[in-house]
Ligand binder design. Structure first.
Ligand code: SF4
Length: 551
């Protein structure tokens, strides 16, 4: 018996699997198959689209498992997720075809029923393992799994067993592994959010999470995001209280153990933080934030849901935190996290999310939202990312009955608000966070567009860098900031080899400009910085910072 896993990518409020990310799901599934002695092939939808061999492989196997579902759509540089329409046209001829992932939350059952797949409920792990046991004729294992209570610790064994699948990913080793620490949210009340499908928060045991990280590390992974939870601050915390309380000692021990076992990790980041936790427990939260700053890598972002700065909207949608509580959380993260780390970025900054189209939203809501951001600027606080999205109406949420009427009604306010934020807030923030001349390290080139190459760090919410020049995919380099786009940065390789640089690259270096760049090109090759300095004159200070000479 053979199996194949097709990763159509997922994007949930607390789980990302679009490259360079790999979500935990293919790893868990591979682990289940390995546990049952079923060899499995794994690939991504991007590779499947361009590879006849991959397609043929899926036609030959007994079991094909497809992972899909973009519950919170974004713009993706690293891959194109599998859509429902494309899913219907895949035409895979495997004997048994199984569909898993958050796609079941965003799609009507009758639409899914038209597909030739067995569709599993979400979260799917427990159901899938039982189904695989049945297919494999492992009756005893099926019964054994039935008797064990399906908490999130159910995945622990499979997470370790399945970690080797990362080596089959077409982008390996340039991957960042999304790590699950817990599912669910104690609040569970926000009108638009799917986290309510998890009845109560279910923690994974800290030791099991570290075992998984170590196993991935042994398989060559160096980039991790502790991103698969609704509030990283409360991982391992005390959930017996009305609002869960962070446990600073657990967090410190957890992080120390990760580094003890995996000393050469390059990226250790997080994703979601609930601002309500900071507002309720500022002291315990501050201790955990200090641990994150000290033990995770710089360039980190604590993504927080503000959703709306209009108190009426907060109330109408039962959102967790009031705007003043979110402001306080932004302040606390800034207090400890805003200092610059070795890779050119602040250690930890807050990010905030706005959701547009909620109940109670009016024209004034957009003014209040903008005013909130202005206040952040006036207080001198930094925000690494402002995410503005229209609400996606998901099944089983209170927004299902309300529908998308405010989305439709407020389309033009949404567009204007977004433009205003991009124009008046985002660029100003970027100038403060990464000023001109800042060296940003470990950039991975991804996509060439004309004379520009887009590159990013392997990170949580990485900055998009438009590098002047043409670089091959997967070239790694450092660069210095020269200018700003909307939500992106323009940079030149640092240091720039003057004997090989293009005219455009030289021109972009602040202080060189067009005529000096032309003079440099006419006079090269240079054999030393001293020779170069004669051409540069005295006005261009510290050429070593920007330029180099490779003979
Ligand atoms: S606080 Fe609200 S938006 Fe955040 S995970 Fe919980 S229910 Fe969802």
């Amino acid at each position: 018996m053979k199996a194949a896993i097709l990763d159509g990518y997922v994007d949930e409020p607390s789980c990302l699997g679009v490259p360079p990310y790999i979500s935990p799901y293919p790893r868990y599934i591979y682990g289940m198959l390995k546990d049952l002695g079923i060899p499995a092939y794994y690939t991504t939808i991007d590779h499947f689209r361009r590879s006849r061999e991959a397609k043929a492989y899926f036609d030959r196997v007994d079991i094909a498992i497809i992972i899909a579902g973009i519950a919170v759509p974004g713009k993706y540089l690293g891959g194109k997720p599998l859509s429902l329409t494309e899913l219907g046209r895949l035409n895979i001829r495997a004997e048994k075809k199984i569909l898993v992932g958050p796609i079941v939350l965003e799609t009507e059952m009758r639409e899914l029923e038209t597909l030739d797949y067995e569709v599993l409920p979400f979260p799917f792990e427990y159901h899938l393992f039982r189904l695989l046991c049945r297919i494999a004729g492992e009756k005893d294992r099926e019964i054994e799994s039935e008797s064990s209570s399906p908490t999130r610790n159910f995945v622990n064994r499979f997470a370790v067993l399945g970690s080797e699948v990362v080596r089959q990913h077409p982008e390996f080793p340039n991957l960042i592994c999304e790590i699950e620490t817990y599912k669910g949210c104690y609040w569970r009340g926000c009108s638009f959010c799917i986290e309510r499908i998890h009845s109560v928060p279910q923690m994974r045991d800290g030791k099991a999470v570290i075992d998984e990280i170590e196993s991935l590390y042994r398989n060559g992974i160096r980039h991790f995001r502790l991103g698969n939870q609704t509030d990283f601050l409360t991982y391992g915390g005390d959930f017996s209280k009305e609002f869960p309380k962070p446990d600073p000692e657990f967090m410190l021990a957890f992080h120390r153990e990760v580094w003890r076992r995996c000393p050469n990790i390059k990226t250790l980041h997080l994703d979601n933080v609930n601002p309500k936790t900071i507002a309720e427990y500022p002291e315990a939260s501050a201790e955990v934030i200090k641990t994150i700053v000290m033990y995770q890598s710089p360039g980190n972002v604590a993504a927080m849901g503000l959703e709306s700065a209009d108190e009426g909207v907060v109330e109408a949608n039962n959102l967790a935190a009031m705007p003043d509580e979110v402001m306080m959380a932004i302040e606390l993260v800034n207090k400890y996290g805003r200092y610059i780390g070795h890779n050119g970025l602040p250690y930890l900054l807050p990010g905030i999310n706005f959701v547009i189209g909620l109940k109670g939203e009016t024209k004034e809501t957009f003014e209040k939202n903008f005013r909130f951001l202005e206040e952040v600027m006036e207080r001198g606080l930094l925000l690494r990312r402002i995410n503005i999205r229209q609400v996606k109406i998901l099944k089983g949420t209170p927004m299902e009955s309300f529908g998308d009427k405010n989305v439709r009604r407020h389309k033009k306010y949404f567009r204007r608000f977004k433009e205003r934020v991009r124009r008046d807030i985002d660029t100003e923030m970027l100038k403060k966070i990464v000023p001109v001349g800042r060296r940003i390290t470990s950039l991975r080139c991804e996509v060439k567009e004309g004379k520009i190459t887009f590159a990013r760090q392997l990170a949580t919410y990485p900055l998009l860098i438009g590098l002047i020049g043409e670089y091959d995919r997967n070239t790694w380099l450092d660069a210095r900031v020269v200018d700003y786009g909307q939500r992106s940065i323009t940079a030149v390789e640092a240091p720039l080899d003057v004997n090989r640089a293009t005219l455009k690259q030289l021109e972009a270096v602040p202080g060189i400009g067009r005529s000096l760049a032309a003079k440099i090109v006419a006079e090269r090759p240079f054999r030393s910085i001293e020779e170069l300095k004669k051409v540069l004159g005295n006005q261009f200070k510290n050429p070593e910072l920007w330029l180099s000479i490779a003979l």
